[in-house]
Write a protein that binds this ligand. Structure first.
Ligand SMILES: *Cc1c(COP(=O)(O)O)cnc(C)c1O
Length: 479
C-alpha cells in the first residue's frame, strides 16, 4: 500500500507556515480623493505585490497542503465530488462565453441559443416539459421549485400548509420547506430504508403541498414503489418534488418525469461538470411539467416567432414567481454542463450512470465494513460501528484518500456514506478499499489522534463551523 505524507511547511518554531501574499511582498497605494463620505474611505491601502514566481509557488504550496479531486479519489457521498474533465473549462473560458449581461437579446443570440438548448437537454434528461436555468445551486433550485409548487396551489385557491420529507433526506429539503413557509412533516423510513407506503398514506392529506423525495434515496436505494408513492401524493392533491442530487444513478436510463414527479432540480455541478464544494460554484436548474410552466422564474428563454430580431428572447412567464437570480443564471457552470452533455451524448450519459453504479458496487464488495441496506446504486452507506465514523474518516486521510461523508443519514449507525463516482478507475477504487481496510484494522488510540501525516492535524470542526474567521483581520484582532 502507498505511504502518504502531505506537504507540511513549517516556520523556525515548528509552527505550520505559509506566509500570506501580503507578508511576502506588499505595496501601499495612496488614495488621493474620493466622492464617498469620509467615514467610508481610507487614505492608503496595502496590497499584496508578489512577483509571479512567488505567486505561483504560494498557490502551489497551498494546494499541496490540501486535498482535491485531482489529488486522489474523493468519495464524499451525496456531494458527488467527481473529476471534472478540463475540456469543459476550456469551453467556459472561450471569449465568446463571456458576454455582458445587459446586452440586448438581438446581439446575444448564440448565448440565448445555448440556454435554450440546455433547457431542452435537461428537460429530455429529466422528463420535464420546461426548465429554468436561473437558480444558482441545488438548494436554490429546491427553494425555487417549492415556491413554484406553492404558486400552483395558490392559483387554484388551494391553501396547503405542509411539505412531507423522509427522515433520510438532505438537510436542505427541510430548510427549503421551512423557508417557503411550510411546516415539515417528517416521514420515518421503513425497515428496508425506503419510503413506507402506509406511513406515507398516513402522513399526506388536505394540507400536503408536496412530497420532497430523491430517488435513489440518500442510502443509494431505488424507491421501487415510486408509482404508488406518486399516486398517494397526487390523490391527496399534493405535488411530487424530485431532489436531483442523485440523478447520476439514473442518467440516460430512467426519468423522474416518467416516475410521476411534477417538479425537480438538477445539481448540474454534481451530475454533469463543475468542480464544486466549499460553498460553490454550482447551478440548480428546475424542471417542471406543463401545468407548472407558467410559474417559472423571470427571465426565461424561449424561441421567438420569426419577427426578424433573432430566434431567441428573454421573457417573463405569465404567472412567474419572479426573480431568483438574474440574467443568464450562474453562466460558466451552465456552459460547462452544456459542454459535458453535448460531448457525452445519450450513450455517454447512460455509460456514466452505469459506471457510477458499478464503481459503488465494486467498492462496497472490497471493504471490511458492513453495508446494511441494498441493493444500492451509485452510493452506499456502510456502518463504521463499533468504530467512530469521524475517526475512520480522519484515519483515511493518513492513507492519502478523501473519506466518505460521515454520520449521515442517521438511520445507519456511524454512517460512512460513500460515492466513488463514475470517474474512478479500478486502480483508484482499490486504493480506496485499501485505505478502508487499513483503518478498519487500526486501534482506537491511533485513530483518535489521526490524521498525523497531513499538513493540518485534527481540527476543531465545530468551532470552524460555528465561529469561522473569514478574514485575516478577524484572526489578527483576536490574537
Ligand atoms: C447536494 C445536495 C443538495 C443541495 O445541493 P447544493 O447544490 O449543494 O445546494 C440537496 N439534496 C441532496 C440529496 C444533495 O446531495
Amino acid at each position: 500500500m502507498t505511504r502518504y505524507t502531505q506537504a507540511n511547511w513549517r516556520d523556525d518554531d515548528g509552527e505550520r507556515y505559509e506566509p500570506l501574499l501580503s507578508e511576502k511582498a506588499s505595496q501601499t497605494v495612496e488614495v488621493e480623493s474620493s466622492a464617498l463620505p469620509d467615514d467610508l474611505t481610507r487614505d492608503s491601502l496595502t496590497l499584496p505585490a508578489p512577483a509571479e514566481p512567488e505567486l505561483a509557488r504560494h498557490y502551489t504550496r497551498l494546494s499541496q497542503m490540501n486535498y482535491g479531486v485531482e489529488s486522489g479519489p474523493f468519495p464524499l457521498g451525496s456531494c458527488t465530488m467527481k473529476y471534472n474533465p478540463s475540456f469543459t473549462e476550456d469551453i467556459a473560458s472561450l471569449p465568446a462565453a463571456a458576454v455582458h449581461p445587459d446586452r440586448p437579446d438581438s446581439t446575444v443570440q448564440g448565448t440565448l441559443a445555448l440556454c435554450h438548448r440546455l433547457q431542452q437537454y435537461l428537460g429530455d434528461i429529466g422528463g420535464m416539459d420546461a426548465v429554468t436555468l436561473q437558480p444558482p445551486a441545488g438548494a436554490a433550485g429546491e427553494f425555487t421549485g417549492i415556491r413554484i409548487a406553492k404558486a400552483y396551489h395558490d392559483s387554484n385557491g388551494d391553501d396547503r400548509s405542509e411539505v412531507v420529507i423522509p427522515d433520510s433526506a438532505h438537510g436542505t429539503n427541510f430548510a427549503t420547506a421551512a423557508m417557503a413557509g411550510y411546516s415539515v412533516v417528517e416521514l420515518p423510513s421503513g425497515d428496508d430504508g425506503r419510503v413506507d407506503l402506509d406511513a406515507l398514506a398516513a402522513a399526506v392529506g388536505d394540507e400536503t403541498a408536496a412530497l420532497m423525495l430523491t430517488n435513489p434515496n440518500t442510502l443509494g436505494l431505488f424507491e421501487r414503489d415510486i408509482e404508488q408513492i406518486a399516486d398517494i401524493v397526487h390523490d391527496a392533491g399534493g405535488l411530487l418534488y424530485y431532489d436531483g442530487a442523485n440523478l447520476n444513478a439514473l442518467l440516460g436510463r430512467a426519468r423522474p418525469g416518467d416516475m410521476g414527479f411534477d417538479v425537480m432540480h438538477y445539481n448540474v455541478h454534481k451530475t454533469f461538470a463543475t468542480p464544486h464544494g466549499g460553498g460553490g460554484p454550482g447551478a440548480g436548474p428546475v424542471g417542471v411539467t406543463e401545468a407548472l410552466a407558467q410559474f417559472l422564474p423571470d427571465p426565461h428563454v424561449r424561441e421567438r416567432d420569426g419577427d426578424g430580431r433573432g430566434d431567441y428572447e428573454y421573457y417573463r412567464p405569465d404567472d412567474s414567481i419572479g426573480k431568483v437570480h438574474g440574467y443568464y443564471g450562474n453562466w460558466p457552470v451552465l456552459v460547462k454542463a452544456f459542454a459535458y452533455i453535448a460531448r457525452l451524448g445519450d450513450a455517454g450519459l447512460a455509460d456514466a450512470s452505469a459506471k457510477a453504479v458499478l464503481n459503488a458496487n465494486y467498492l462496497a464488495e472490497q471493504i471490511p465494513y458492513e453495508v446494511p441496506f441494498g441493493p444500492f446504486h451509485h452510493e452506499f452507506v456502510a456502518s463504521a460501528a463499533p468504530q467512530d465514523a469521524a475517526d475512520v474518516a480522519k484515519g483515511m486521510l493518513d492513507h492519502g484518500v478523501h473519506p466518505p461523508t460521515t454520520k449521515w443519514p442517521e438511520i445507519v449507525d456511524e454512517a460512512l456514506m460513500t460515492e466513488p463516482t463514475e470517474g474512478e478507475s479500478r486502480r483508484s477504487l482499490d486504493q480506496l478499499a485499501a485505505a478502508f481496510e487499513a483503518v478498519h484494522g487500526e486501534d482506537d488510540g491511533t485513530l483518535a489522534r489521526a490524521p498525523s501525516r497531513t499538513a493540518a492535524g485534527r481540527i476543531d470542526q465545530v468551532r470552524a463551523a460555528r465561529s469561522p474567521r473569514l478574514s485575516w483581520q478577524a484572526l489578527d484582532s483576536e490574537q
